[in-house]
Each structure stands twice: as structure tokens, then as C-alpha cells.
Design a protein around this ligand. Sequence first.
Ligand code: ADP
Ligand code: ZN
Length: 744
Amino acid sequence: MKIVNSKEVSVLVSGPFNDPFDYVLEYENINLNVGQIVLVPFGKRKIVGIIIGDGTKNIPKRKLKTVLKVYDLQPIPKPSIELMNFLASWYCVFRGLILKMILSPIEAITSPDYEKLYKSNLLNDNEINEFKDIKISKKRKIVLDFLSNLNIEKSQFMITKHTGVSKAILKDMVQKKLILERKVFKKVNLNHNLLKNSEENKKNYDFLNLEQKLAVDRINKSIINSKSDCFLLDGVPGSGKTETYFETVRTCLYQGKQALILLPEIVLTPDWEKRFFEKFSFAPLVWNSEITKKKKKIIWLSSLNGSAKVIVGARSALMIPISNLGLIIVDEEHEQAFKQEENIRYNARDMAIYRSTRSSVPIVLASATPSLETYYNAKNGKYIHLTLPKRATGATLPHVKLIDLTIFPPDKGKWLSPLLVGEIESKLKKKEQSLLFLNRRGYAPLSICNSCGDKIKCVNCDAWLVEHRSKNILVCHHCGHSRIFENICMKCGVKGQIRGCGPGVERIEEEIRETFPLARLIVLSSDTMNNHKILNDTVEKIKNNKVDIVIGTQMIAKGHDFPNLKLVGIVDSDVGLSGADLRASERTFQVLQQVSGRSGRHSKKDEDKGVVLIQTYDSKNPIINAIAKNNRNEFFDNELMSRQYANMPPYGRLAAIILSSKLEKKLETFSLELLKLAPLFKNVKIFGPAPAALYFLRGRFRRRFLIKSDKNVNIQDVILNWTRKINTPNHIKLTIDIDPFSFI
Ligand code: ADP
Ligand code: ZN
């Protein structure tokens, strides 16, 4: 008889719960750890959860339900659990919901893949001969020979790979009882043929320039000593940041540890993967929105069991339970894409820093245009600031010039100044490429009826519909609503009077086609490049000089290295400058700097230096001037001063409460009731409830509170104590956004 012990454990289940529940766990002699994944009964359902400690003993044992199953997997590592706890409390969300993200895809746990194992059913050659009526064909003999060691089972994969026989033959041999089959759970174990020889490694390191080497050495020290230092790897585009952090990843692998690289989804291109492969001779495990569940299962399981070496992914990759983490890289750390704006609002970069401290591993934030918060932390010594001041290829920085549109305006009905057109023409003559940047998808951002003046709006949102002429539709960029563009005003009924106002990339395309009908043209925006393959093919085309002029949205701003691109024209640098939100100028600066960095990345001589032309109606604007004079730090310092003056982050704290409902009147009443309960503290200021900038979004009305406090205030507590004073009716959704990025 089996000896069964039992004890009470506290289990956090995945779902909208903050507190764990007690269960009884019956076990034989398993060594149980916190983080062990279990299946428990929950009401009428069964839910997956993790053991987070001993039972509370608040409920008598006989009343407790019993754990149904302990999964045969490594426990969720402690730093992941600590991250879950911290993230939940920082962003005011349920712990169980974060756990759900950690245990995703759940199928990796609940429906593991099987593998078939075979062994021979025959003792020796004599026995084979006894199977008189079964012909031992050549192929069958090969299999039997391969399985000649009768004590060793071999997997289907191994047998088919080494003998070349098909699965059908194995199946047939099982039926004829020549071999025996057994099904087992497939243990994921990724045997990357890891590192090249040390000569190769040395070559890679020797290739780096002095600044790169200093950076690598400094980071390596922290990897080897398991120190959770936070580095800012700060260098102009093309200064060799990627090359630098690749070398630190190598060190991490040498230490026998796993590396996590977080990238904004749009930077995670096949191009990047190719580059990684060329360096390391194995493919990194890529985790993004396009990969299949099957791949996700493999990545998740191999991260947990430690066999995955390098995991690279968009922000949700931070949640993967990596057991033996040695290094975290966050590339393009300033990117807004790291902040998730729906469901659980969290910033993966900030949480990655927290995770690095819990795992005692260094983290590298790489950027050419760090976020102001990061710049501030590096400046005051909280982060270690590593700089790569020049382009690694030895290329010169591009020559940046402003085009004052008040003096050199475009022809009537056009958007490009003759100066810019002239420069494109000269590049075409020299067979060099030009890039025109405009961060606006579609043909025109606004359509107006000339007859009645009506501006065409979305039915679900307080936003204009954008004409996409290539598809002949009007689209809402907020909710995706679209309809066919018929050029009849819905308001006054007059035909043929709807006119597009302002340019989008399609309109610039039209203008270029008219001016340079022979030029080979491509538009790069999320509309034309809607999957990785198209994007990859297009990038290759540009690299191979099959394109003369590229017109692109901010999709083109990052990552790519186009050797023959010598001119960047910024069509409308004033977009974004007028935005009222906290980060408008910082963001504009970042985008303009990134795009400018595409120009002349490989030009070594002064005479073929890259050129950047910036069109503006506001030539005195400090952002544009900072770009033109390559004066980033001065611009950042001024920006910091104004933040300090306003007690804004990074000097103060900021949070938002967003209320939304389909019922406008009731929403207003509720928001005023909430206002009446607002706490009165000297160091906390509450603004609102104001109609959100997008007052009507996806069919819901929206109001916002903005909460601003001194740095030392626990703003989460203030907000929770406040919002808990009132019951939120079912029709209202109340969202708390800590450290908001978006103010719409
Ligand atoms: P970043 O990430 O800063 O934009 P990359 O690492 O992509 O820069 O490097 C830009 C280009 O310079 C790449 O083509 C890369 O191979 C090359 N490069 C990087 N480091 C060096 C170096 N030390 N010497 C020569 N070329 C380099
Ligand atoms: Zn809409």
C-alpha cells in the first residue's frame, strides 16, 4: 500500500483573484516547492494555479478540497512569482490575472505533446527467422538493427532520422509485433549546438571598437558576478549597440545561463533574426504575436526547464518563466510599444528592470534616444551610462538641414518643397535611394464636404475617418471601422464634393509618381506591410537596390540598415509638435532622430555624406533645432527642467483613471460622485473628470481623471482607497493607468 501524506497548501489560481485559496495536497514523497503548478477544483470548474505557500489554517482541513493534480514540471521560478506580485500591486490589478499571463499558453501545461518510443520485440537473429510468415524486408531489418540494443527505447524522431524509414513502416511493424510502441509525454529539450570555438569568439570581440569593448567588458563583469546593474547603452543609430549586446549575450551563454531580449514587435524582423543566426549559428526562440501555439508551447517549456538559450520577443515575453536567467536586454527601450494599453496596463521595460533585480542579473537598456526617465536615471547615477558616440562603420553623421516652408513652400496642391524635390532628383541621377517620412497612414487624415463643410467622422469614435484611396475606403484608425468611399456627402447629399485635407503616405506617393514617373517606388506602412513576410521581402528589395524612393510611416524609422540610402526627407515635422501630452516633444524628437539616422549609414567620405531635409513651418522650434544641431543632451536637459518645474515624471508621479460607458448621462453622474469622494492631500492633485481627448471610442463614452503627486506618495494606495469608497456600476468600466503613456 502506498503511504500517502497530506498537508494544507495555499494556491493562487489563474483568473481575477488577488488572494490564494487553501487546498489539501495528498502526496507520497514529492519534494514540493513554492511555484509548483497544480490543478484544483474551483466551483464547478477545474483551474490551474500555483502553490504559493503553506495553508493558512483558517478553514478546517476537512472542509477543504483536494488538489487534483501536480504537474510534472519545474516550479515557476521565484523571480517570476515576485514579478507577478510586484506588477499586480504596482498597476493595481489582480495577481491571478498576471499569473494567467505567466502560465500562457496554458496548453503547454494541460495538453503536453506526446512522443512515441519504440523497442525491438525480438531477441536475436534466430528469433527473426522464426517469424516465418512475416517477411523481414530490407527496411524492417534496418529498423530492427537500429533497435538491436533491446534495453534501449528510441524515439520515432530518432529512428526516422537515422534509418530513413517512414512512420508508416514503424506503424506496420508494431501491428506485426516486430517492435513495441510506448507513448510518453514529450520532454522539450533544446540542444542548440551552442557556441563556436573560442577563436571565433575572439574574432568577434576583436572586431569591436574601443567604446564597444569597454561597454562589453563592463556588462560582462556584472553578468559574471550576478549583479543586477542596470545599464543604459546609449549610442547614435548605427553606433554598434546591437553588435555590443550580442557579445554580452555570448558571455551569458558561456556562463550556462539563459538570455532574454525584449524588442518592440516592429524591430523584431527576420533581418534581426538573420543577423543573430550569423553571429551564433543557432536561431533564437522568437516570441511574437504571429507564432503558432505549438511554437509557444516549446518556447515556454524549454524556458522553464532551462534548455532554451536565447528568447527574443515583444513585451509579453517578459512573462515567460525563465528558470536560469542570466541577462536581460531591452532594445529601443524608449519605445511606446513596451507599454501595454489594453487589459492590463503595464510597462514591460520597467517590469524588466524589476525582474532583473529579483533574478540578480544585469539588464541593458539600449537606445539612440532614451526615454527622458531613463536619461534622468543615467544622469543621476542610478543606471550605469555606457556611450557609443560614433557610427561603428566609420560612417560620418548625416548633414541635417531645415527647409522653411514659409520661404520655400510646395506648389499649390502639393506637399513637397521644390528644395526637397530637387534633392530627390539629384539622388535619382546618382542612383542613390531616398526615403520620405510621414507618420500618417492612408491618403488624407481628414475628409471634408466642400458643399456643407461636414467633416466625416467615425460612428463609434470621436475621430475622423481616414481616406485610404488604394482600397477606396474610409477607415477609423482607432476602432478599425471602415466603409466604402462613395464621394456623396451623408449629411447634405451633394455628390463629388468630398475633398481630402492634408497628406498621408498615399498622397505623397501620388505626388512622387507625377513628378518622377520612372522612379521605382514603395510605400511602407502597416497597411501595405501587414505581415512579416511582405515586410521582409520589401526590406530585401530596398537593400538590393531594387527601389529608388521609399515612402514610409514610423514603421521605417527603426532597425533597418539600407546601405544605399542617402537622403531622408521629413515631410511634416510639425506633426506631433502641437500635441498637448506630456511626452509629445520627447516622442517627436525620438522619431525624427531615428528616421534621420537612416541616412548615409555607410558613407565614409564627406562628399557622399547622408542628407536629412526637414520640412517645417516652425523653423524656430527647439525640437527641430536640436535635431538639426545634433544637440540631444541639451534638448533633454531643457525638457527635464520643464518637467521639474511642473513636478511631472520623473520628478513627480502620474496616474490616470479612465471611466467608460455606453450610457453618457450615467457616466457623467458617476464621475461627479467619484469626484466628491476624491481624497484631499497636500501633495496629491486631482484633475478632472474631463472628457477624454477621444471622448467617444469604440461605442463608449469616456471620462478621465489625472492624478499627480509628489514622488514619495504611494499613488496606488491613494487611488485604491478612493475608488473603493464607491461601488462601480456594471455598465461602467473603471481602468487605472499608472505611469500613463497615452493621454487620449
Ligand atoms: P545600432 O544597433 O547601434 O544601430 P549596429 O550594431 O546595428 O548599430 O551596427 C550598425 C552597423 O555597423 C552594422 O552593419 C554592424 O555590423 C556594423 N558594426 C558594428 N560594430 C562595428 C565595428 N566595431 N566595426 C565595424 N562595423 C561595425
Ligand atoms: Zn472608430
